[in-house]
Design a protein around this ligand. Structure first.
Ligand code: DLL
Length: 436
């Protein structure tokens, strides 16, 4: 397999050289935030840590953590380190609490971001002569513009399609002979189902590569998307607080997402004790930006649950690999005392039968003081006309699989084709009525 890199020097540098670079960058970044961000000056003073105490990347554990609340408390620009005149772009994300988290980028930040997104596209097999169709939302969300600038930086013919107007998107993908599709995995499924409805087959479109992220998705979902669209589907990770898409991305081996560690230093901690977990163990992912100017963040707690693998990859990259994100510390459902992540439910239903459409919804409620879990799953047209006992057998098989994989029983409801809501961005699959 021929492997291409966007920036071989940094993507394949020895771990020793990488640590030296990280140390040098961390020392500068810490001094910079201490001098320019009051929140950090206060936090460090309280802990009695001075910038001069940071002599190498190993000293990172001496530094304070940052949480989303710090950004919200400083709304809108309180955590910015750069002067307003040097900020050239603002993005924002709204969480469940409604208050916006605002991030700002300098010219250099935007350039680094484009490079990181370009690295990701190349790691996924993209080349400058390809057409890249970007269906992530353009706007305050970082998905659209992040992939857009990355694709342009690489030299792709970039189609700023944004989300929505699915029929038009299908026409553009066909007519412009798009090679790369960048969108959320749930939108990829939606697009694929719509194409199927129009009688379009994978060989009728030119797509080769999918760059999917912004929400958790399973390997089972990957298989379905790859088959339906006739592509290889790659996972891309990122978050607006740290940059946007391109913090990490899969390579041809699809075995973990290479973290752009020369710019973002990752740690995995126990979310309760805040201590680092043992190497390879699961925990909360924490990032420190090493080169950011607009809003540099120290030990930012992402709430994402992940593992990190430091072994060298077969692709030649030395950059550590993030395991697929299985969920967030705040999206774990506790059902009758059992901890369940939506991604486990996805894996349990999708490993049973390929005829189940990849559209599903999870409904949690409390009836007579007891938690209930219902999973609504769409079946496809072919199954819809099947005999009732076949459907019943499918329902039982999914129910058994859920019970054995999750240790919690669920009511499985098979619903008719095209009845569940479709997502053009991040899918909202869980309706937790206990919180309403
Ligand atoms: O979702 C940035 C992005 C855009 C990433 C396009 C990839 C592609 P936010 O809206 O700030 O930024 O949301 C960040 O989304 O903390 C994760 O919980 C989740 N997330 C992002 N990528 C993945 C992924 C963008 N590949 C939050 N797998 C993060 C699982 C993901 N979860």
């Amino acid at each position: 397999m021929e492997i291409k890199y966007y920036d071989k020097e940094h993507e394949c540098m020895s771990r020793e050289d990488l640590r030296a670079l990280q140390s040098e960058r961390l020392i500068k970044q810490v001094q910079y935030v201490y001098d320019n961000v009051e929140t950090y000056r206060k936090k460090m003073d309280e802990m009695n840590v001075k910038p001069s105490d940071i002599k190498s990347i190993d000293d990172i554990v001496k530094l304070p953590f940052t949480v989303k609340k710090d950004l919200r408390d400083g709304y809108p620009f309180g955590m910015f380190a750069a002067k307003q005149k040097d900020i050239i772009r603002l993005h924002a994300s709204s969480g469940t609490t409604g208050k916006l988290t605002v991030v700002g980028y300098t010219k250099n930040d935007i350039d680094v971001w484009a490079q990181m997104a370009a690295r990701s596209i190349v790691a996924s097999g993209g080349t400058e002569d390809m057409v890249a169709h970007v269906s992530y939302g353009y706007g305050l969300f970082t998905g659209g513009l992040g992939l857009h600038y990355g694709a342009e930086k690489l030299g792709c013919a970039t189609v700023p399609s944004s989300s929505g107007n699915t029929q038009n998107q299908i026409r553009l993908i066909q007519d412009f002979k798009a090679d790369i599709l960048a969108c959320t995995p749930s939108y990829a499924i939606y697009l694929a189902s719509e194409m199927e409805k129009q009688g379009l087959k994978p060989e009728d479109i030119a797509l080769k590569i999918g760059i999917f992220g912004a929400e958790p998705w399973t390997d089972e979902m990957r298989k379905v998307i790859e088959e339906k669209l006739g592509i290889k589907a790659y996972d891309i990770y990122g978050l607006s607080e740290i940059m946007g898409p391109g913090v990490a991305c899969e390579c041809a081996y699809q075995n973990g997402l290479h973290i752009n560690e020369d710019h973002f230093y990752p740690e995995i901690i126990d979310p309760v004790t805040l201590e680092p977990v043992a190497p390879g163990e699961k925990g909360e992912l924490v990032f420190t930006t090493l080169t950011k100017e607009g809003i540099p963040l120290i030990r930012y707690r992402t709430k994402d649950i992940a593992t990190i693998n430091y072994e060298k990859c077969e692709c030649g990259r030395t950059l550590a690999r993030l395991g697929k994100i299985t969920g967030r510390t705040d999206d774990m459902l506790i059902i009758r005392g059992v901890n369940v992540f939506p991604s486990q439910i996805e894996a349990a239903i999708m490993s049973v039968n390929k005829n189940v459409e990849a559209h599903y919804q999870i409904i949690v409620d409390r009836v007579n003081n007891l938690d209930t879990l219902e999973i609504q799953i769409e079946i496809n047209e072919a199954m819809f006309s099947d005999e009732i006992n076949k459907l019943e057998a499918l329902r039982t098989a999914i129910s058994d699989n859920v019970k054995s994989m999750l240790s919690v029983g669920a009511k499985i409801t098979l619903v008719s084709p095209n009845t569940l809501p479709r997502s053009e961005g991040k899918a909202k699959r869980v309706i937790d009525k206990r919180k309403i």
